[in-house]
Design a protein around this ligand. Structure first.
Ligand code: NAD
Ligand code: AHE
Ligand code: ZN
Ligand code: ZN
Length: 370
């Protein structure tokens, strides 16, 4: 079939919206009509050329929601008409990782996914001249139709709006999951969240859900303050306004350091500040942000010797086929909020404007509706 997609032709170039060929689903695969997709900073990270795994041409996008159109041979858990959210972290329920409750990092298809192809080593997408186009994070939601492995789709209720629940495909689950699944934040905790964007705001929402007493937000852009306050931020720090040592300032503000700190910026210097602002003896710092190729974190080992822990999380530690339908329920029950964070709605033709808004710090989530 033919479908419309925004194609990343080369690193650093705007996406090119065009008709592409899409082959039907093979064994264990599913054809999905994407109804809506969010623009996450990770898409921009890859588009820009900062991703060491980035390969082109590719159809980016990993924060989508849609409807099953056709299932390939061997697919048993999904049928045409089902509503689904693509999962860049799949859940096969049989690999060593899926069988270990300590991780959500299913490895069943990680190597082919990272290479931009389906599990059989080939791509379903091509240009109209036949040139193959790579998949991205196993999802490629910047296309009106896409093909995914069955294990990379969460089946969700049919009454949930696509233009909101697409965000559960990454930002919402990553932020809330980092608090609940990864950090396992206790009631009464003090926390610091670095970066008040599409991920950081969901960390804040997760912290409120977990019953944190103090939720400090740190961001260079004061335009994020109102939204962060709405979601539960109790204190705001703009690093530009701190004249002395940032770590000392945060340690004082949190009465000795935070129980939990979260990096949602992807900046390795911020990651160091986050680690060092965690409380001596027990503070845990969780890295969510994705850093550019070649970037490395550093600190004095003494910071760890004296009881701080440095950890990381992907997709908020969530096992997608199990957890994502529950998070959709939470949204539908009003337990969590999504609507105010969808600040912009765009057509596919306007997708590059969505990345401009991200750079200008004007959007939380821009969502493309098909
Ligand atoms: P975003 O652009 O919406 O938000 C980033 C925020 O960080 C912005 O508000 C920006 O002003 C702020 N910021 C940037 N540099 C800063 C600095 N030096 N100090 C303080 N604040 C600073 O991006 P997002 O979609 O929220 O993504 C955030 C990060 O999380 C990205 O690196 C993204 O790739 C990563 N991410 C990781 C996962 C995961 O599973 N680990 C999932 C989704 C996104
Ligand atoms: N390709 C990058 C790493 C990118 C990365 O860490 N991705 C996160 C999800 S970000 C979603 O917005 C992730 O899931 N990581 C686990 C994994 O297996 O990729 C690089 O540095 O090579
Ligand atoms: Zn993402
Ligand atoms: Zn698995």
């Amino acid at each position: 079939m033919r479908t419309r997609a925004a194609v990343a032709m080369a690193a650093g170039q705007p996406l090119a919206v065009m008709e592409v060929n899409l082959d039907g689903p093979k064994h264990g695969e599913v054809l999905v009509e994407i109804k809506a997709t969010g623009l996450c900073h990770t898409d921009e990270f890859t588009r820009s050329g900062a991703d060491p795994e980035g390969a082109f041409p590719a159809i980016l996008g990993h924060e989508g929601a849609g409807v099953v159109v056709e299932v390939g041979p061997g697919v048993t858990s999904l049928a045409p008409g089902d509503h689904v959210i693509p999962l860049y972290t799949p859940e096969c329920r049989e690999c060593d990782y899926c069988l270990n409750p300590k991780t959500n990092l299913c490895q069943k298809i990680r190597s082919t996914q990272g290479a931009g192809v389906m599990p059989d080593g080939t791509s379903r997408f091509s240009m109209l001249d036949g040139t193959p186009i790579l998949h991205y994070m196993g999802c490629s939601t910047f296309a009106n139709h896409t093909v995914l492995p069955e294990i990379a789709l969460a089946k969700v209720r049919k009454d949930a709006p696509f233009d909101k629940i697409c965000y559960i495909g990454c930002g919402v689950t990553t932020g809330i999951g980092a608090v609940i699944n990864t950090a396992k934040v206790e009631i009464g905790s003090r926390a610091i969240v670095f970066g008040l964007g599409g991920i950081g705001l969901n960390v804040i929402q997760g912290l409120r859900l977990a019953g944190a007493d103090q939720i400090v937000g740190v961001d260079l852009n004061p335009g994020k303050v109102d939204m962060a306050t709405h979601f539960g931020m109790t204190d705001y720090v703009n690093p530009k306004d701190v004249s002395g040592d940032m770590v000392a300032h945060l340690v004082e503000l949190t009465g000795g350091g935070a129980d939990y700190t979260f990096d949602a910026t992807g900046n390795v210097d911020v990651m160091r500040t986050a680690l060092e602002a965690a409380h001596k003896g027990w503070g845990e710092s969780i890295i969510i942000g994705v850093a550019p190729a070649g970037a490395e974190i550093s600190t004095r080992p003494f910071q760890l010797v004296t009881g701080r822990s440095w950890r990381g999380t992907a997709f908020g530690g969530a096992s997608g086929r199990t957890d994502v339908p529950k998070i959709v329920d939470w949204y539908m029950q009003g337990k969590i909020e999504i609507d105010p964070m969808i600040t912009h709605k765009l057509s596919l033709d306007e997708i590059n404007h969505g990345f401009d808004l991200m750079h200008q710090g004007k959007s939380i989530r821009a969502v493309v509706e098909f």
